[in-house]
Design a protein around this ligand. Structure first.
Ligand code: Q5B
Ligand code: MG
Length: 292
C-alpha cells in the first residue's frame, strides 16, 4: 500500500534530509519539473547521495525522471539506478513504446552496474491526453510496472482545460486510469492537491479519489500527509462494518442464502468482496506491511 506519496524537489537538501520523518508511505525524489533545467546535474548528484546514504528507512523511495522526449532521462537513469531506488517514475508518458524503450535502457544500466535485471520497478506518470487515452497499453507495456499515476496539473494544461478544486476537468482521466490499472491488476495513484493551505480541500479531493478507486495520492506538502493517510486508511467504523458483513454472510451461508440483509441493506458477493478488501488493509496495517 502506498497511501501518501510525498514529492521532494531533488535539488532541495533541507527537504530531502527531513523527508523520512514526515509520515509518507513513499517519497518521490524529483528530477523533473520541480528542478530547474540548469540544476539537473546538481539534483542528480544530491539524489544519488541521498540514496547511497540510505537516509530513508520508513518511506519507500521513488525517483521521478525527466520525459523521454527530453535530453535528460538517460543521465537520470545512469545516475540513480546503481543506488537502487524501489521505483522510477517516468514523467509525461504518452505511449507504450516509450516504456518499452525505457525498459531496455534500464536493463542495460542494471547489467552494467551489477543490479539484478528487473530490480527497478516503474510507476508511469500519465499527464497528457495521449497518455490517458493509452493508459491500458502503457500498463501492459512492461513487467516492471506496479501502477499508474495521474498528473492532473500537466494534463489540465494539455487539455486546454481550467484546473478547479472540484476536479470536474480530470474526472474522465481519473476514471480511465483506475479502470485501465484494475483491468491489468495493478493499482492507481492520484495527483497532488496543490493548495498547501486548504486542508478541507485536500481532504475532499482525497475522499473523491478513494471513492473512485485510487489507493493512494501524491502530496506536495508535508501538511497534506496526515490527511491523505487518514483518508486512505479504513476507519474503525469501516473495519467494524466489514467484520459485521463477513459474519452476516457466513450466517446466511449456513442457511443456504447468498444474499442477506444487514441493517436494512443487501449483503451479497460484491459487498463481501469490498468488505474483504477492508479486512485485508486492516491486516496489512497490523503487520506493518504498508508498502507491497
Ligand atoms: C509547494 C511549496 C513550494 C510550498 O512551499 P512553502 O515554503 O510555502 O511551504 P511551507 O508549508 O511554508 O513549508 C514549511 C516547511 O515544510 C518544508 N516543506 C515544504 N514542502 C515540502 C516537501 N514537499 N517536502 C519536504 N519538506 C517540505 C519547508 O521546507 C518548510 O520547512 P522549514 O523551512 O524547515 O520550516 C513546497 O511545499 C514544495 O516545494 N513542494 C514540492 C513541490 C514539488 O515537488 N513539485 C513537483 C511535484 S507536483 C507536479 O510536478 C505536478 C504534476 O506533475 C503532479 C504529478 O506528477 O502528480 C502534474 O502535472 O500534475
Ligand atoms: Mg507534471
Amino acid at each position: 500500500m502506498r497511501r501518501t506519496m510525498l514529492f521532494l524537489p531533488g535539488n532541495a537538501p533541507n527537504m530531502l534530509i527531513n523527508g523520512d520523518m514526515l509520515g509518507a508511505d513513499s517519497v518521490i525524489l524529483d528530477l523533473e519539473d520541480s528542478v530547474d533545467p540548469g540544476q539537473k546535474d546538481a539534483a542528480r548528484a544530491l539524489v544519488r547521495n541521498v540514496l547511497n546514504q540510505k537516509l530513508y528507512r520508513k518511506s519507500e523511495v521513488i525517483v521521478r525522471i525527466n520525459p523521454l522526449d527530453s535530453e535528460f532521462w538517460r543521465e537520470d537513469i545512469e545516475a540513480v539506478v546503481p543506488s537502487r531506488p524501489s521505483l522510477l517514475m517516468p514523467s509525461k508518458v504518452g505511449r507504450a513504446e516509450d516504456i518499452r524503450e525505457l525498459d531496455v535502457f534500464i536493463t542495460q544500466v542494471e547489467q552494467k552496474c551489477g543490479v539484478k535485471t528487473g530490480t527497478i520497478g516503474l510507476l508511469p506518470l500519465l499527464e497528457t491526453a495521449e497518455g490517458i487515452e493509452n493508459a491500458r497499453e502503457i500498463a501492459l507495456s512492461s513487467q516492471r510496472i506496479v501502477g499508474l499515476f495521474l498528473g492532473g496539473e500537466d494534463l489540465t494544461a494539455d487539455l486546454h482545460a481550467r484546473r478547479t478544486k472540484e476536479g470536474g476537468e480530470i474526472f474522465y482521466a481519473r476514471s480511465r486510469i483506475v479502470c485501465a490499472a484494475r483491468a491489468c491488476r495493478i493499482e492507481a495513484y492520484d495527483t497532488p492537491f496543490t493548495d498547501v493551505n486548504d486542508e478541507e480541500g485536500v481532504r475532499r479531493d482525497a475522499q473523491l479519489a478513494r471513492d473512485l478507486g485510487f489507493i493512494g495520492k501524491a502530496a506536495i506538502s508535508p501538511r497534506h500527509v496526515d490527511i491523505i493517510n487518514e483518508v486512505f486508511t479504513p476507519s474503525e467504523a469501516e473495519i467494524d462494518y466489514a467484520h459485521q458483513i463477513l459474519e452476516a454472510i457466513a450466517e446466511g451461508g449456513r442457511l443456504g442464502k447468498g444474499a442477506v440483509s444487514l441493517h436494512g441493506k443487501m449483503i451479497d458477493a460484491p459487498v463481501v468482496k469490498r468488505a474483504m478488501q477492508i479486512v485485508e488493509m486492516e491486516n496489512a496495517m497490523a503487520g506493518g506491511g504498508l508498502v507491497d
